[in-house]
Design a protein around this ligand. Structure first.
Ligand code: PAF
Length: 288
């Protein structure tokens, strides 16, 4: 497995792949890898001739009140995991390599960036879109792999690819969960044993709303689905919700009244347990 840390070296590789017509899959990550990331890697391995994993904790997507230095990191462990998966190349640039002195560009995707996480974390998706656009240019992949767990991030990146004509496919891979339903996240290590058990309330809230969606098609109203999730979350005293949403999966606009026939719904929520903030979602199809 090759480890590349400079733009010049990754561009050299990209030019060789493009010359040979090699099908490259990119898995962008911020490291501290778990089974969720590895499921992206495994799908990318099946669908491409060569897989590049980027590991870069992107300072631009952290707000002033979010602790960048607290973000978990373990490069040696990550490299060992990726080696075992048979990954061809890891791109692990420094912040100065990606944002050299004088760097002054940003990619702003309007609309889908604004609600939900956009309200709580202003500027977050500008940081995500900017670094992902740079990674797409530097690696030149045929496809890039993202987890459904970050549903709004997926909507933002898909919109960026469409609006700015990036020549690649965005592949979205289902959320990987612990056996009890907790979605895997690098932030789970910050939960105390008590918070870890309280955090199951996210999955329970989503399940309760999903049950209504499936059993009672006449109750397919945004307000009803949000109310169900609110009531379930309220049963857990440690849980402090930032938002509970039942929105159009593409535009992320909240559904208020009855959800139009033929439309699915993205149920999503962000909940704090002490200083740790967890997100989760279910994407429900119209015919589900
Ligand atoms: O999902 C993440 O880990 C990050 O937001 C990403 C896509 C790697 C961009 O920094």
């Amino acid at each position: 497995m090759q480890l590349i840390q400079t733009n010049a070296d990754i561009i050299t590789q990209r030019d060789i792949w493009q010359h040979k017509g090699t099908k490259v899959g990119l898995v962008p990550t911020m490291g501290f890898l778990h089974e969720g990331h590895l499921s992206l890697v495994r799908t990318a391995q099946i669908e491409n001739e060569l897989v590049v994993v980027s590991i870069f904790v992107n300072p631009l997507q952290f707000g002033p009140k979010e602790d960048l230095s607290r973000y978990p990191r373990d490069l040696n462990r990550d490299l060992a995991l990726l080696e075992k998966e048979g990954v061809s190349l890891v791109f692990n640039p420094s912040p100065e390599e990606i944002y050299p002195p004088g760097f002054d560009a940003s990619v702003e995707i309007g609309g889908v960036s604004a609600p939900l996480e956009g309200v709580i974390r202003p500027g977050h998706f500008r940081g995500v879109a900017t670094v992902v656009a740079k990674l797409f240019h530097l690696v030149g992949p045929s496809a890039a792999y993202f987890g459904q767990k970050d549903a709004q991030q997926v909507a933002v990146i898909k919109k960026m690819v469409r609006d700015l004509n990036f020549p690649l496919e965005i592949r979205v891979i289902p959320t990987v969960r612990e056996p009890d339903g907790l979605a895997l996240s690098s932030r789970n290590i910050f939960l105390s044993p008590q918070q870890r058990s309280s955090a199951l309330i996210l999955y329970r809230a989503l399940q309760a709303a999903e049950t209504t969606w499936r059993k009672y098609p006449t109750e397919r109203k945004g307000s009803t689905l949000r109310q169900i999730m609110t009531e379930v979350i309220a049963t857990e005293p440690e849980a402090r919700p930032d938002y509970l949403s039942a929105a159009d999966p593409e535009t992320l606009q909240e559904y208020e009244g009855p959800i139009p026939a033929g439309k699915g719904v993205l149920l999503s929520l962000a909940v704090r347990f002490g200083t740790t903030r967890l997100i989760d979602n279910f994407l429900l199809e119209a015919d589900g």
